[in-house]
Design a protein around this ligand. Structure first.
Ligand SMILES: C[S@@+](CC[C@H](N)C(=O)[O-])C[C@H]1O[C@@H](n2cnc3c(N)ncnc32)[C@H](O)[C@@H]1O
Length: 280
């Protein structure tokens, strides 16, 4: 199980992934996005920011555009959403899905690096980053860029997993802990970033408004985490954490636990809402 080369965060390196891995990423993002727990956590902070009353929203690290489309689909939302992601294939999928859902007039997508965007200062009413910050080696740069792009008085929303808390069942506690660590290294760069976010927001001169905390856990049978287990078959080998055979064996064991009613998986999630000082 010990990797010979350094394990890396697949989601933080989407610009260099092969097509089958991008497909596995896209499938996981879309399946996760449709899950009621994930929908509830998104709309919880969107509601707090009164998203329906604003004209322009920027969604950074939009992937296949799940959150961008969710905003555009809200029945009372009359504004426009721009989704930006570093991966061209994911942006192509986002455009296709938005087109199929009839959202082209309310949602647009662009390829871009959230650390250096060619967008004017103070140009959006709301800027969100939905599960982006944990993938960046320089998360403070994202917070600064969000502050630059949002209008004075506007909201920024940062949501992500507190992936240092991510854990899966395993019959052997020692091996289970080692597996959890390999999984975390394969899917995030900053597993503890949400614990540092109050400091990052303060350092950026943003006014903290609200944090929502959630636990997403499946006990006995896999539900939310079932698609994560399936995605690991491809992502763990792609991240150089283990061989395809080892990843299959791990995923098969979790699926058997789910069938037997002995499955367990859990992670904490947090949404932070902050405001840029000034009158809107
Ligand atoms: C876990 S996915 C989240 C996607 C989407 N927001 C969602 O919740 O379904 C992280 C996304 O961040 C993107 N990403 C990683 N680094 C980025 C960067 N520097 N600039 C823009 N996007 C980036 C990846 O391509 C990937 O789509």
């Amino acid at each position: 199980m010990a990797p010979e080369t350094k394990t890396f965060d697949v989601y933080g390196n989407t610009q260099s992934l092969d097509e089958p891995i991008i497909e596995a990423v896209a499938t996981r993002l879309e399946t996760r996005g449709k899950h009621p727990s994930f929908q509830r956590m998104l709309h919880e902070y969107l509601d707090f920011m009164n998203i329906d009353s604003v004209g322009s929203v920027l969604d950074l690290g939009c992937g296949t555009g799940f959150a961008t489309r969710e905003i555009a689909k809200r029945s009372d939302f009359k504004g426009h959403v721009t989704g930006i992601d570093i991966s061209s294939p994911l942006i192509e999928q986002a455009k296709k899905l938005a087109g199929e859902e009839g959202l082209d007039d309310r949602a647009e997508f662009q390829v871009g690096d959230s650390r250096s965007l060619e967008l004017s200062d103070n140009s959006f009413d709301v800027v969100i980053a939905h599960t982006l910050i944990s993938h960046l080696p320089d998360p403070d740069t994202l917070v600064e860029e969000m502050k630059r792009l949002v209008k004075p008085g506007g909201y920024i929303g940062i949501f992500d997993g507190d992936y240092a808390s991510l854990t899966f069942s395993h019959p052997d506690p020692k091996l289970g802990k080692a597996m959890d660590e390999l999984i975390i290294q394969s899917i995030v760069t900053q597993p503890r970033i949400l614990r540092q976010l109050p400091l990052l927001l303060a350092n950026a001169g943003l006014d903290f408004e609200k944090a929502f905390s959630n636990v997403v856990s499946d006990v006995s049978k896999a539900d939310f985490w079932a698609s994560a287990v399936e995605s690991m078959r491809k992502l763990l080998p792609a991240a150089k954490a283990m061989t395809a055979e080892e990843a299959d064996a791990w995923a098969n064991a979790r699926n058997r636990e789910s069938e037997d009613g002995t499955f367990f998986a859990s992670s904490n999630y947090y949404s932070y809402v902050a405001r840029k000082p000034g009158a809107h």
